[in-house]
Design a protein around this ligand. Sequence first.
Ligand code: MN
Length: 327
Amino acid sequence: MRDFLFQVKSVLSALQAADHILVVTHQKPDGDAIGSAAAMVGYLEKMGKESLVFCQHPPQDMFHFLPHMNKFTTDASVVRSPLYDLIVVLDSSDLAYAGIDELLRSRKEPLPPLVNIDHHASNVYFGEYHLIDPAAPSTTTVLYRLIAAEHRHFIDAPLATSLLTGLLTDTGHFSNPATNELALAVGAELLMHGARFRQITAATWQNREIGTLHLWGKALARLQYFPRYRLASTVLTLEDFRTARVEGDPTEGIANFLANLKEADVILVLKEQEGGTVKGSLRTVRPDIDVSHLALALGGGGHKKAAGFKIQGKLIRTPQGWKIITG
Ligand SMILES: [Mn+2]
């Protein structure tokens, strides 16, 4: 706790010393990536600082109710711009996930200092300043504690709404194992600051489309159970996504949903991605199982209860079930 307060002080002084701040959030941004970036921009604006958000992919339409969406850019040239005297990376355990490792390496100008704000247990502590709490349910919760430390009066309804969005989406609307006492305490405080709970729920939860449910149907129909490992697994192929004609990836919730399965201790969802890779999502709700170890062994990372990895290969159906053909 003392360590956290020390980190808060050093991050605040780095923010205060900068004039133009580039905020970076992770590729294929989820509610926590977008909510934390929107909240950061709102906070910096109140501090009188100019900022812009770089993200490899644009926010999905469902997040357009959030403030500062016009501050997001996918234009990689901003990462090389000498204008910015500080880079703040959010919700990313490493710079590759943030989508800027190559961009920073190929940059000729000297690098501005980097601030690393996150809640992944697998964070590699890149950058000069860190504010990392693996016990935090979301990056927006970490950010809330940063802002509330000295600038609680800056938290208005739009800022609180951005922060609550990350908290709600990362906890599966207060249902997954990330839902701890901090989640509920910060959630209550954000509501008292005017966060629009119903608006977030309507936009990010009550938004299923027919094509999405058809995809879910395929994933559920293919569910396989391996009693020896108490593991249940399913797959989705690129062809499935093409025929469903859905925007982005509306199947992120499948692994969390399956984690509630009575028979299984571990859930594995495999999804084919563009460019010849397969993405694996691991989940558990068992207090004594840490799936981040398995994810790390497969070149990925994440949290104890929710982790993932990516491997080269494609999915094929065999008489014995689905297999990954690697290489
Ligand atoms: Mn997160």
